[in-house]
Design a protein around this ligand. Structure first.
Ligand code: PRP
Length: 184
């Protein structure tokens, strides 16, 4: 689905499909270099990171392993609750592994700071973060991702994996949601 298919629900296109893909290719090349000679495990955070992961790994030129975690912090609203729950844990024992967490968005930082503590307590060789999007103005808990796709303003964005009430994840672009959709 494109933004053109839901024009009344979208205020603007923040990042086009080609901007996203170009940036993913740059970061994939950087990760290939940084982890050369090491066995890398990418951990995607469901569900938002599914599209990032799918495209990101196809830009990479090295072997990678993938695993997935599902955590919940938002529920169905637009504000972070601060309560993080594991809905699905990793299938992999990550002790001694080099782990790169793949996230669609770093908003308040509550989810990632919790996740980094959790993964860090499992005896990893290293754990770093790749967040496609970061909202510097929204941060409540400082997290330092090693790789960031784009810094964006503090607006409610959907598309390319990001949802509102489970809709819009299949938009090709990252778009600003019109506030009438969520009653704002
Ligand atoms: C989103 C996103 C991050 C988190 C970021 O997940 O994928 O995991 O919120 O927000 P924070 O920095 O304020 O913690 P969400 O809980 O909406 O689940 P989803 O990926 O299934 O949409």
């Amino acid at each position: 689905m494109d933004a053109d298919h839901v024009p009344s629900e979208i205020t603007s296109v923040l990042l086009t499909e080609s901007q996203i893909q170009e940036r993913l290719a740059e970061i994939a090349a950087q990760v290939d270099t940084d982890y050369a000679g090491r066995d890398l495990l990418l951990v995607g955070v469901l569900k938002g990171a599914t599209l990032v992961m799918a495209d990101f790994v196809r830009h990479m030129k090295s072997h990678v392993h993938m695993d997935w975690m599902a955590v919940s912090s938002y529920g169905s609203g637009t504000q972070s609750s601060g309560v993080v729950r594991i809905l699905k844990d990793l299938d992999t024992d990550i002790a001694g592994r080099h782990v790169l967490v793949v996230e669609d968005i770093l908003d308040t930082g509550l989810t990632l700071s919790w996740l980094l503590k959790n993964l860090g307590s499992r005896g990893v060789a290293s754990v770093e973060v790749f967040a496609l999007l970061r909202k510097p103005e929204a941060v409540k808990v400082p997290v330092s991702p090693r790789y960031v796709g784009f810094d964006i303003p503090n607006v409610f964005v959907v598309g390319y994996g990001l949802d509102y009430n489970e809709r819009y994840r299949n938009l090709r672009e990252i778009c600003v949601l019109d506030p009438w959709v969520y009653g704002g």
